[in-house]
Design a protein around this ligand. Structure first.
Ligand SMILES: C[S@@+](CC[C@H](N)C(=O)[O-])C[C@H]1O[C@@H](n2cnc3c(N)ncnc32)[C@H](O)[C@@H]1O
Length: 385
């Protein structure tokens, strides 16, 4: 699968869109807010304020979160300014990056609302201008001129690899076939795990190297990404959500809807690292000082209010009752908004409705016994040397 051509979050504003299904990512962004505030306040106190502050959000996507991050960053800079004797805040040059298939038009369509909101942040000082540009391309390469960025942000994006490790599915080595699985699992061979790990090391180093060139000395970077607790990537607790996606596909194989080979040849370009792996890579790349690292637990559904589903036994002959979604259905919808483009590319559009229906049931079966399941999000704050 060519990530540049295929991968994108579900576009637009409709029911299946990423814009309507990014509760978890919003939650993760809010958990990183104190990191952003701390990084900006620290930067401004040590370096003073530039005439124009250049900010980039890598993997911005197209939902409300695309501009929420930028709005928050600008809000913190302006709030810090309002405490000083300066009469005007800086201009902002904002770069919104994502892969070329991203719904950039959707983001641009909401820019005027965003600009209106910014004007409301005005206090008793003059507000600088905010100039926004889309920046299509992979964040695993250089996208901006040297020493041009003051602040880098990326949320819920860096667990996506630049590609599925090439060696997987090698015809010569059966140990590189990830039998019945779509990501590292407890039954994956050492060779499969290693292929994923090597791809991750290569990609994350490329990300750090590219940003190291683009950022000015003292510039700050705050990242969040899906991670894991243990050093062992095959541990059961880190199986979510891919173990359940593989289980659903395996059911469809047994129902004769999908060929076994089709499942075996599907792997996702994804890797959830542990904090130690990140720390080691930051040290190896050597352009950044690790300022703060944290692993936080996030509910699978981002804490989405699901109380309604407790009332779904209510019925009457005279009233048309719309059943509220189960927790599994809610989570399946969120995962559809993120992963549909690559599943559809491999299995075909006709399998998407049947797949996600079965997937929501698999999730419900699991969540009925494990209602408080969480996953790990890593939050990382770095300073460019
Ligand atoms: C789950 S979304 C997160 C979007 C947003 N930051 C948020 O928090 O809601 C992940 C985004 O990363 C983007 N992405 C994945 N790999 C990328 C790459 N190599 N370069 C740029 N963007 C990438 C995806 O296209 C997607 O829009």
């Amino acid at each position: 699968m060519d990530m540049l051509q295929v991968f994108h979050m579900n576009k637009g504003q409709g029911e299946a869109s990423y814009a309507q299904n990014c509760t978890v990512q919003k939650k993760i962004m809010s958990l990183a807010q104190s990191f952003v505030e701390e990084a900006i306040e620290d930067y401004l106190s040590k370096n003073g304020c530039p005439e124009t502050m250049a900010i980039a959000d890598f993997g911005c996507s197209s939902g409300p979160t695309a501009l929420d991050a930028v709005s928050e960053i600008i809000g913190v800079v302006n709030a810090t300014y309002s405490k000083t004797s300066r009469r005007h805040s800086p201009n902002f040059m904002v770069f919104l990056n994502d892969l070329p298939g991203n719904d950039f038009n959707g983001v641009f369509a909401s820019l005027s609302d965003f600009q209106d909101k910014l004007k409301k942040q005005k206090d008793d000082y003059d507000l600088g201008g905010c100039f926004i540009a889309g920046l299509p391309g992979s964040f695993y390469g250089k996208l901006l001129p040297p020493k041009s960025l003051h602040f880098v942000h990326s949320s819920s994006s860096l667990h996506w690899l630049s590609q599925v490790p090439e060696e997987l599915n090698s015809q010569e080595n059966p140990r590189l076939v990830n039998k019945g699985k779509v990501y590292i699992s407890m039954t994956s061979t050492f060779e499969v795990v290693n292929a994923y790990r090597q791809q991750y090391l290569k990609d994350f180093l490329a990300f750090l190297k590219s940003r190291a060139e683009e950022m000015i000395s003292g510039g700050r970077m705050v990242l969040t990404l899906v991670g894991r607790k243990s050093r062992d990537p095959t541990s059961e607790e880190d199986a979510f959500p891919w173990e359940f996606i593989a289980q659903t596909l395996a059911r469809m194989v047994s129902e004769g809807l999908i060929e076994e080979e089709k499942l075996d040849s599907f792997n996702v370009p994804y890797y959830a690292p542990c904090l130690d792996e990140i720390k080691e890579l930051v040290e190896e790349e050597s352009s950044f000082i690790g300022y703060r690292f944290e692993a936080v637990e996030v509910e699978w559904d981002g804490g989405m209010d699901n109380n309604l589903s407790k009332n779904n036994e209510f019925s009457s002959n005279n009233i048309n009752i719309i059943m509220p979604p189960t927790k599994g259905e809610g989570i399946a919808k969120m995962h559809r908004a993120v992963a549909e483009s690559m599943l559809e590319h491999h299995f075909g559009v006709q399998f998407m409705d049947p797949f996600f229906l079965r997937y929501s049931r698999v999730l419900d079966d699991y969540l009925n016994n494990n209602p408080n399941s969480t996953h790990i999000s890593l939050v990382i704050s770095l300073i460019k040397k």
